[in-house]
Design a protein around this ligand. Sequence first.
Ligand SMILES: [Zn+2]
Length: 319
Amino acid sequence: MKRRRNKHSAVVLLVWGLNAAGIFALLLIFMIYWLKQPALAASQAGPSSTAYPASTSIPTRYNLPTVTPNPRSTEIVVKSPTPFVLANLKPGVIGYSISGRPIEVYSFGQGEKRRMIVAGIHGGYEWNTIALADQLMAYINQHPETIPPDVTLYVLRDLNPDGDARDHGVDGRVNDHGVDLNRNFPVNWTATWDRDGCFDLAPTTSGTGPGSEPETRLLMNFLALHKIEALISYHSAALGIFPGGTPWDESSVRLAKAIAKVSDYPYPPIETGCVYNGTLADYAVSRGAAAVDLELSDHEHTDFRVNLKVLNVLLNFQK
Ligand SMILES: [Zn+2]
């Protein structure tokens, strides 16, 4: 009996020993597998995962899909077609044109009285107004004392950058929806107009409704947020100085006369029989500003020296 018991306990010990060895072996296999995991993953994924694929170029264009291709559309970019760069001046971007170009406003001075210049509303057709705005800003940057202490001047150099990018000729007048922005403001807006005496060298519309265009609405928002006392909307060419308002607003007439005094720009302006509806100047008057449309002498020159005097009139105008 004693020997049998010993024999039995030896078998039990052997079984338990084998069990323990088996469990130990299993644990060892698991541990080795666990420790080798990252190395396995790396060797399976290949060399591309260890070095993040370097981008060869930063994307600068975004061509969005469209179901209704726009024959007037211009390549979508994220910069101005005619950049204005001064190292110490940074514009505020108030929004983007239809094709994604920034609408930039530069600000000079810190005064309470706010004045504004808007150029390029007719895009590339009147590119010289944009060039003039840039010249005036470069001058002010060199001569900051030009701005009286109680004045802030805002310069929106290019309200229609898509038109500016499309063509420096008649085809550059409208925005990318084919709209004449100076007929899109929500004052006396009309869907059609008599083209006799008006610009008729290329197809234009006044938009699908008052303020239908993003460029128009951006400037409307800006004027709602900034109480502007006096505004010049630059155009070309040759017809003179048009006060805003219907009938002409009294303070805008005073501004027009003050500008005529320091320049050769005709006032009263040359009447061609054209009726202007939905203009920026009319809208600015409705927002409480004295405002004029001012036409440069031609489509090539900026009349810089004359417009320095005009700038002085704008900055010192008392509404
Ligand atoms: Zn114009």
